[in-house]
Design a binder for this molecule. Structure first.
Ligand SMILES: [Zn+2]
Length: 200
């Protein structure tokens, strides 16, 4: 189903099947966490990440067929991130690195080259998502799985410092979507000039 030529109804049915699988996996993961079975909980975290990656890619193809490339792009980025996370969740998903390479190829062959933006932040306090303490003082590592959950930083007291154009952004969803053109703004995906909302 991971092809643009596939029937949209069949792709939507595949999405529903994946959503059901995600619910069942989540219940199974809660049971594994309850009995402190970290290896199995992390394996199921990997299963969830794979399902998220497949769902996001299916949604990307569906949105491209609906001529919604900006939304499709966000799903492509979700699929790429989920496949990286699956490989990190458990050794059983190491092979997902190949799947990620395929998604990188789709990025370059299907979508136009993007101009990425990165924002510099001043963060007052970095909280660890696992132990909720100061990330600098705890033993957890961002992106690593702990009992079926990935560690990430919760930034508190944020101030925007600067915005910059970058080649390799942390989040590829941060990009230049439109730029000023005669008669409105040009969409970088479709190349169409869209009238300014204020002119309407
Ligand atoms: Zn921690």
């Amino acid at each position: 189903m991971l092809l643009i030529t596939r029937d949209s109804e069949l792709q939507r049915a595949a999405c529903s099947a994946l959503e059901d699988a995600l619910k069942r996996t989540h219940i199974e993961k809660q049971k594994a966490i309850a009995r402190f079975d970290e290896d199995y909980a992390n394996l199921l975290l990997g299963c969830e990440s794979v399902a998220h990656a497949l769902l996001a890619e299916l949604n990307m193809w569906l949105l491209l067929k609906e001529e919604k490339p900006d939304e499709a792009w966000n799903h492509l980025v979700d699929a790429q991130m989920a496949s990286i996370y699956a490989a990190r969740a458990h050794d059983g998903f190491r092979h997902l690195e190949h799947h990620h390479q395929r998604l990188e190829a789709i990025e370059h062959l299907v979508f136009p080259r993007q101009v990425f933006v990165s924002s510099g932040m001043l963060v007052g306090f970095q909280e660890c998502s696992i132990c909720r303490r100061d990330y600098d003082g705890c033993e957890h590592l961002v992106g690593r799985p702990y009992m079926g959950q990935f560690c990430y930083i919760i930034a508190r007291d944020i101030d925007l410092d600067h915005v910059a154009i970058v080649e390799h952004p942390a989040d590829k969803r941060c990009r230049v979507e439109r730029f000023n053109a005669e008669g409105g703004t040009r969409n970088r995906m479709t190349w169409k000039i869209e009238p300014d909302a204020t002119d309407a």
